[in-house]
Design a protein around this ligand. Structure first.
Ligand code: GLN
Ligand code: ZN
Length: 758
């Protein structure tokens, strides 16, 4: 059996590409220096993969920003507004990625969207009626040749035509069908070029096949590839899928003239079953994704070997593959110097996954593999009792019953009690939580972390910031205040650090989009709360004002979705553990006199399964319950808020209402408020605060603008249920623009109240 990967991280072990790109954006280095850095990183990756013994080494998985964007440029799907700037090819590319504002013009970037169920984001290709789709770039060929010059015949990787056309945005009257001829021609040309260059394989990524496919979709896919594969010219084509199984089109793809098919055995729940039921064509190679490309844990060799042996017994020609590109995990454990070996021995980042692939190959090739040291060491690792077990937490989770997920009295009764309790004006004004994190705030936090300042000094500083923030909000005239979240670097990391069961890495960066990377914390053991996490800050803030101050927490689903989760227990169990910990905090806040508590679920939608039929059973059923568990124990007069960073929840609107929060704030300023129609149609009962202005831009919204947004909202939402707030936290904004924007928000609200006699 040979080994393969689908793609490798590219941002650099120490984020070299990020830093070089950002320097280039700031005009601090020339293009040639950025190109040199990129080439060096590609060569390093290639050498590492070659030395690991990997058989199928990819090329063109490198990107300066994003692979979809690269494919758009490859196919000439570049809107005129970027071409018309007259920039160099690289700058035109970056203009599409990040927008351009300079002497040659002022254009916004392409839209960006979440890449399937990952935290990676891709640039959405934009197709209008003038788009001439044709082969127009050389990058895949250059990178293939570059690797060949380094002695490696790679498998070039390109997004396939089906996924490309599916994910593109059509802004004219044309649809994907109109591009059938041009796109098949382009891919046939690509194939021709690789044949000339001497390639053996081409990998076409088609992750869209793991989503629900209609009959029309399947037919469209079929005709695209029938045409393309008629023109293979001897090049072997691997259809690569990932992030799930291909249950809707398995038979069709087996019947097409592919030479290899890549299937995901990790997230593809039905992959095995599909093969069992339908067999696998003997003229094709199965690239079996058995090593998890998305998580950082070591592979369980016993299970993997059993699976591979089973495929072998069916005489399936199998290559050992990762489940998806390794883009979604960090580079190497070698840079994790502080983390103890107790943990590290369970970890496997991209470069360790290469070793695993090679070890699995060796095991499969060895008749008496049970005595191989690689195998026995792995068996031992998985049989060891892992530290971090907390029987108390486990018992609590096991003992949960329906009443723990049910808040009483019911919403309508609570709503009355709370109106009486708070006596807020109609259209209450508030913010989402954080206030600008100026450099003094960040510096003080960093010094405290490095133990350069004492706890007392740190507390004194934070309290002074909180006091300033409360005074500011009172002056502005907001109705429900916040403490400002100055103590938090990040809404998940902060809680992770306060919870037992979490561990943190040093250099485990993962690309989120372009030059932005995230460093997700790791759920290691059973999660519990060692001590109150936010109570002292919230109560201090409340002590300074008569107005209610919201306690501010991150919800269990978001904490889990932005971490590397455990694989030895279910996501549901982890979510309930985290929920129990946050619940304790909620009850402590309440007992300390905090009357409004906001539990942010910024990432609730993020891990929604890719197939609609899996939504409830596999996700929402426990995700919504985890949220309910957090707040079901509070008194009727305690008001629970939640916040979401997007407004795309029309399709899960009932589940959102079922979270049973009293108020929900969400992003709405950039969308066209269509969600409000849905709220109305579905008789949404939770009170709502659709953001009245966009905090992602430094622009100060005018009073008139905000009034018009509020008026639109009032035409769809009862004045009894509407809150007025910005659309997200203010932490990335500057002080001046924030103060002015909030003043306008309050002024607009007051004018509306007067005009409508509210
Ligand atoms: N309360 C958080 C803040 O205001 C919410 C952040 C978010 O929604 N991403 O920063
Ligand atoms: Zn938000």
């Amino acid at each position: 059996m040979k080994t393969s990967i689908i793609g490798y991280p590219r941002i650099g072990k120490l984020r070299e590409l990020k830093f070089a790109s950002e320097k280039y954006f700031r005009n601090e280095i020339a293009q040639s220096e950025l190109f040199d850095t990129a080439k060096k990183l590609r060569t390093e990756n290639l050498t590492e993969q070659k030395n690991s013994g990997l058989d199928f080494i990819p090329s063109n998985d490198f990107s300066f920003y994003d692979g979809m964007l690269d494919t758009a440029f490859l196919l000439n799907v570049v809107p005129d507004r970027y071409k018309n700037l007259g920039l160099s090819p690289l700058d035109e590319y970056f203009a599409a990625a990040r927008g351009y504002q300079g002497e040659k013009g002022d254009v916004k970037a392409l839209a960006m969207k979440k890449w399937f169920n990952t935290n990676y984001h891709y640039m959405v290709p934009e197709i209008d009626d003038n788009t001439v789709l044709k082969l127009s770039d050389n990058k895949p060929f250059e990178l293939f040749t570059e690797a060949l010059d380094n002695g490696v015949k790679t498998t070039p990787v390109i997004i396939g035509p089906y996924t490309f056309l599916e994910l593109a945005r059509y802004i004219g009257t044309k649809t994907k069908e109109n591009f059938f001829g041009n796109i098949t021609d382009a891919y046939i040309q690509i194939i021709g070029k690789f044949v000339t260059l001497g390639a053996e394989w081409l990998q076409l990524d088609e992750p869209c096949l793991v989503k629900d496919m209609s009959r029309e979709n399947i037919e469209f896919f079929n005709s695209l590839y029938t045409k393309i594969l008629e023109n293979k010219n001897g090049l072997k084509i691997r259809l690569q899928t990932y992030f799930g199984d291909v249950r809707d089109c398995y038979k069709e793809i087996c019947a097409l003239d592919f030479d290899g098919i890549g299937l995901d055995f990790i997230e593809g729940k039905k992959t095995h079953e599909l093969i069992e039921k339908n067999g696998f064509p003997c003229d094709k190679v199965l690239f079996a994704g058995v090593v998890n490309g998305k998580n950082i844990w070591r592979n369980n060799y016993e299970k993997t070997v059993e699976l591979l042996k089973n495929l072998q017994n069916k005489s399936i020609n199998t290559v050992i593959n990762t489940s998806c590109s390794l883009l979604h995990i960090p580079y190497t454990l070698k840079n994790e110097v502080k983390l103890s070996d107790t943990y590290k021995k369970h970890f496997s980042y991209a470069s360790e996954k290469l070793v695993e692939l090679n070890e699995i190959k060796k095991i499969i090739e060895t008749e008496d593999y049970c005595n191989l040291p690689e195998y026995t060491a792995n068996i031992k690792l998985f049989s060891e009792e892992r530290s971090g077990c907390n029987t108390n937490v486990k018992e609590k989770v096991n003992a949960l019953s329906e009443k723990d997920f049910t808040r009483l009295p019911v919403f309508s009764e609570r709503e009355k009690i709370q109106k009486e309790e708070f006596k807020l004006p109609l259209l209450p004004t508030t913010t989402i939580g954080s206030f600008p994190q100026t450099s003094d705030v960040r510096q003080t936090r960093a010094s405290y972390k490095k133990a350069n300042i004492s706890e007392t000094d740190y507390e004194k500083f934070m309290k002074s910031k909180i006091a300033e923030c409360i005074e500011l909000q009172e002056n502005i005239g907001l109705d429900v205040l916040v403490h400002g979240e100055f103590e938090r670097n990040d809404m998940v990391e902060y809680f992770g650090e306060c919870l037992d069961g979490y561990i943190f890495t040093e250099k485990a960066w993962v690309q989120s989009y372009g030059t932005r990377c995230v460093k997700p914390p790791v759920v290691w053991g059973d999660i519990s709360r060692a001590k109150p996490m936010t109570v002292k800050w919230s109560t201090y803030a409340q002590s300074l004002t008569e107005k209610p101050v919201k306690g501010m927490l991150t919800g269990p689903v978001t904490i889990l979705n932005w971490s590397f989760p455990r694989e030895d227990i279910s996501l549901k169990e982890s979510a309930y553990q985290i929920a129990l910990a946050i619940r304790e905090e909620v009850l402590d806040l309440e007992a300390s006199g905090i009357k409004i508590i906001q539990i942010d679920e910024a990432a609730l939608r993020e891990k929604l399964p890719l197939r609609k039929c899996d939504w409830n059973k596999e996700y929402l059923d426990w995700a919504i319950k985890a949220f309910r568990l957090v707040h079901s124990g509070v008194k009727s007069e305690t008001q629970i808020h939640t916040h979401m960073c997007y407004s795309e929840f029309a399709d899960i609107i009932e589940d959102i209402d079922n979270m049973d929060a009293d108020v929900i704030t969400f992003e709405a300023s950039r969308s066209d408020l269509t969600l409000l129609d849905v709220l109305k149609a579905k008789k949404f009962r939770t009170e709502v605060g659709p953001g009245v202005y966009d905090i992602h831009s430094p622009r100060i919204p005018t009073v008139e603008e905000i009034k018009s947004a509020i008026n639109k909202m009032l035409s769809k939402v009862s004045y009894n249920k509407l809150w007025i707030n910005p659309d997200c936290g203010l932490k990335t904004r500057g002080n001046e623009e924030t103060v002015q924007s909030l003043k306008n928000l309050v002024k607009a609200t007051k004018e509306i109240r007067e005009e409508n006699n509210l």
